[in-house]
Design a protein around this ligand. Structure first.
Ligand code: ZN
Length: 411
């Protein structure tokens, strides 16, 4: 089988997969993985700073939970756009309509045809939950937010209707027609400040836009920095992007202009909840108060995606970048990417997500007690938590810097 020669990655695939994808896409080759850091990329990584990362998270929290379909969400989109423009990264918007029908009444429990419990329990995304688990959910009770000002800020309910989300683009000098998409979601919910979910990923993407947009930075390939809306309602903002722009890939417009409004997608990298890795719930259901010393960045691909082989190769490329460019925390690779904005992309292009923990078996088992809760506020997190987000930023900057041929040009 041809795939067995792909950097030995098919070995991992065979060992972890329960479902064979229907049609595996041809794998576009990545540059060979080298253990040696590139000098220009190291310089760029040094331009990421903990205090700037924290300040950007803090800036996002001024709009409360940034729930989609509200004034505070629209103001946050405007603010993000102004920041990106101030970095010298030209912005555009995607417009779509979010108008879901009211939920259908649920049939009485007795008539529900429940599928039989699987012999081996599975988390969302396909992983196997183990160890101590605590319940999770979305807080919908305003009174659980003790801060009066924040409760008032988050009071306006969502209404259906038109939506907008913003992205900015660094155009490649040699291959403007090829692109990596670096993304996070800017909406949140739960009556907090959505500081970790997903202010931490949004700030990461904005900081990378800032560094790559510096006047002395050149990349051979294009990078698009996207801040999706409507993630929490079902990945609707990312899905709208795929639907509207998938067919435009690689088309020069106007003809002969050298301009590519939608460069061909080479990879998509999503960042969603970057900071909190305190470990498994303890036997009494509480969570350790400190970032655990073994904290890591979890890089996930989805083993059932049509582009899974390319996504695995991309994940290991990021793993190597972490070892070269991340100052404090290591990375792990896993096959169960799920429930974030890379999902609508994963059959079209190699897509991965970076996160504080695995989404299915860790976050889904209660490892992040702030998740969708009033406690997801800036003040909850220590510098050790923010530093995990910064290390994810160093990881993605390193990998994307190498993949796009980034250089710092003498001026
Ligand atoms: Zn999220």
């Amino acid at each position: 089988m041809r795939v067995t020669t792909l950097f030995g990655l098919a070995v991992l695939f065979a060992a972890t997969s329960q479902v064979v994808p229907q049609a595996q896409a041809p794998v576009r080759s990545l540059p060979p993985i080298s253990p040696t850091p590139q000098a220009s990329v190291t310089t760029l990584a040094s331009r990421l700073e903990l205090e700037r990362y924290k300040a950007t998270v803090k800036g996002l929290t001024q709009f409360g939970d940034r729930r989609q379909g509200t004034e505070r969400n629209r103001k946050a989109v405007d603010w993000i756009q102004a920041q990106l423009e101030s970095y010298g990264c030209p912005t555009e918007r995607i417009k779509y309509t979010y108008n879901p029908p009211p939920p259908a009444p649920r049939p009485p429990a007795a008539s529900q045809n429940r599928p039989a419990e699987p012999a081996i329990p599975r988390a969302v995304g396909g992983g196997r939950p183990r160890g101590i688990r605590t319940p999770t959910g979305v807080n919908a009770d305003p009174q659980k937010q003790p801060n009066d000002a924040l409760r008032a800020l988050n009071a306006e309910p969502a209404t259906n209707g038109p939506r907008e989300e913003v992205y900015c683009t660094k155009i490649g000098s040699k291959y403007p027609n090829e692109m990596y998409i670096v993304s996070a979601h800017m909406d949140g919910h739960g009556w907090g400040e959505a500081a970790n979910d997903d202010g931490s990923g949004t700030a990461l993407v904005m900081e990378l836009a800032r560094v790559f947009s510096m006047p002395d930075v050149q990349t051979e390939r294009t990078i698009r920095f996207a801040l999706w809306n409507n993630e929490e309602t079902g990945l609707n903002g990312a899905a709208a992007y795929v639907e509207q722009r998938k067919a435009l890939q690689g088309k020069e417009s106007p003809a002969g202009s050298g301009k590519f409004p939608e460069p061909t997608w080479l990879g998509m990298i999503q960042h969603d909840m970057m900071m909190f890795d305190h470990g498994m719930p303890r036997a009494d259901g509480t969570i350790p108060p400190e970032q655990r010393p073994e904290a890591d960045v979890n890089i996930e691909f989805q083993m059932t995606a049509k582009q899974t082989l390319g996504a695995q190769a991309l994940a290991w490329f990021f793993h190597a970048a972490n070892e070269k460019y991340a100052t404090d925390y290591p990375a792990q690779v896993g096959p169960h990417m799920t429930n974030t904005d890379s999902t609508p992309f994963m059959d079209e292009v190699p897509a991965i997500s970076l996160r504080e923990n695995e989404r299915g078996v860790h976050v889904g088992s209660g490892w992040d007690p702030q998740w969708h809760q009033p406690t997801d506020v800036f003040a909850t997190y220590s510098d050790k938590d923010f530093r995990l987000g910064l290390n994810a930023a160093q990881t993605t900057l390193g990998a994307v810097g190498e993949l796009t041929g980034a250089t710092v040009v003498a001026r």
